[in-house]
Structure formats: structure tokens, C-alpha cells
Design a protein around this ligand. Structure first.
Ligand SMILES: [Zn+2]
Length: 241
């Protein structure tokens, strides 16, 4: 029992264990889908079964969200997230700028640095836009740090979110929050700038998961994707929004 607790709550779990969890959650998802199809005939029994299913997987999902190393495992949660879309507000699931108001100029991964000309790993995504555009928190959380540097990320904000996620917003012109403040998802935290090691107005955006910098790209459309599926009319959420 004790060992089980340690394994389940440790953020460092084996890939096999994660695959197993993902497979279990997939099976629950399938059962939810089957339940929904029979539910369209309006039987109360299946409704009750669905609630039981959701309760049974609730804790499992929360544990899974803490353990996953990156977004590649999120797809097994999609059916479930349609029932608990509020979870999407608690971890990075949206673009930190206004939609269609930016261009991705540099992705996560190895690149030739625009200033040093050396090959180096880029730990975030660069979103180029015009000066003074608003920067939004990509999830609810607490402002962990605000740093004013002349080098590197320049003026930047770090937010701590639930499930072991953190986000970093670099090269800002203006900071509109203070350290320790809690923010909602989509709340304005600052303005796009060109501070630090930067060759033009852009936001350098990073996601850290369990202290490791991961590719943020898959998070950008996540919330939109789940809500699109919700509004397709395939599902009823009853009290959830
Ligand atoms: Zn960058």
C-alpha cells in the first residue's frame, strides 16, 4: 500500500507505467462513449453508470496529469476532458496572445541562434507580433517570479500552475501583475516587448512540466479542440461548462 502510494504520487514514473495508465484511461473513455450512445435513448440507468464511471476515474486522471512528462499523453484524456473542461483552465491549454495576431518565428528544438549564430536548443516558442500586444496567462495559477534582466529573457514572468506545470513569458515591455498574485486563465499579465537578447518584438513562451522544458505547441489548440468537440452537440455536460 505504502509502495503503491509512492509510485502513484511520484512525478518520475516509468514510460511503461504511463502507457498502462493511458491505456486504462482509454478504456474508460471508450466505456463513456458507449454509455453516451445508449444514454441518448434517455435511460436513467446509464446516466447513473456514467456518473459512477466519472467518479471512478476522477482521481486517476488527476494523478495522471501530475505524472505525464508532456502533451503527448493528453489525447487519452480527451473524452474525459469534455466532461471536466474546467480542468483545461488549470494547465496550459491556450495561446498566450490574441488569436491570429502573431506569427510563430521559432519553434521549440535545435536552431541556429539569431544573435550568436551557433546551434543551440531553443526551449520555447517565439511568437512575433507588434509592440504592446497584450500577453495572457495560458492557465490559472500564481505568479512565481518576475525578473527584470538586460540579457537572456529580458523582462519575464513565470507562473506556477496545477499538475506540475509552469509557464514563462519573455522579452516583455510591461508587467501588469505582481509576485504571489493569483491569475485566471486568459487574464492579461503584461505587454509584448523586445527586452533582453531579442532581435525584434516577440514573446518567448515556455512550458515547464515537472521542472523540464517541453514543447508548448500541442497546448495551443487544446482547449479550443475540446470545446469544439463539446459544441458539436455530441455530448451533454449537465451543469458543466
Ligand atoms: Zn525564444
Amino acid at each position: 500500500m505504502c509502495l503503491f502510494y509512492i509510485i502513484w504520487h511520484s512525478p518520475f514514473v516509468s514510460e511503461q507505467r504511463l502507457e498502462d495508465s493511458a491505456a486504462t484511461i482509454d478504456r474508460y473513455g471508450e466505456r463513456l462513449k458507449v454509455n453516451l450512445e445508449s444514454n441518448s435513448t434517455g435511460e436513467n440507468l446509464t446516466e447513473r453508470e456514467r456518473d459512477q464511471l466519472l467518479m471512478a476515474i476522477e482521481e486517476r486522471i488527476v494523478g495522471f496529469l501530475y505524472q505525464i512528462p508532456d502533451y503527448s499523453y493528453i489525447s487519452s484524456l480527451e473524452t474525459y476532458l469534455q466532461y471536466r473542461p474546467k480542468l483545461l483552465e488549470q494547465f496550459p491549454s491556450a495561446v498566450p496572445l490574441e488569436k491570429d495576431n502573431f506569427t510563430i518565428t521559432s519553434n521549440y528544438g535545435i536552431r541556429v541562434h539569431p544573435i550568436t549564430r551557433k546551434e543551440k536548443k531553443h526551449y520555447g516558442i517565439d511568437l512575433a507580433t507588434t509592440p504592446g500586444k497584450k500577453v495572457y496567462a495560458s492557465a490559472s495559477g500564481t505568479i512565481l517570479d518576475i525578473l527584470y534582466s538586460k540579457k537572456g529573457y529580458g523582462t519575464h514572468i513565470i507562473i506556477k500552475h496545477r499538475f506540475g506545470f509552469e509557464t514563462l513569458y519573455g522579452h516583455l515591455n510591461k508587467v501588469l501583475v505582481r509576485k504571489g498574485q493569483t491569475v485566471d486563465q486568459h487574464e492579461i499579465i503584461g505587454m509584448v516587448g523586445n527586452t533582453g537578447n531579442s532581435t525584434g518584438y516577440h514573446l518567448h513562451y515556455e512550458i515547464l512540466k515537472n521542472q523540464v522544458k517541453i514543447d508548448p505547441l500541442a497546448s495551443f489548440d487544446l482547449k479550443k479542440k475540446i470545446y469544439d468537440e463539446l459544441f458539436m452537440g455530441n455530448l451533454e455536460t449537465e451543469g458543466e461548462k
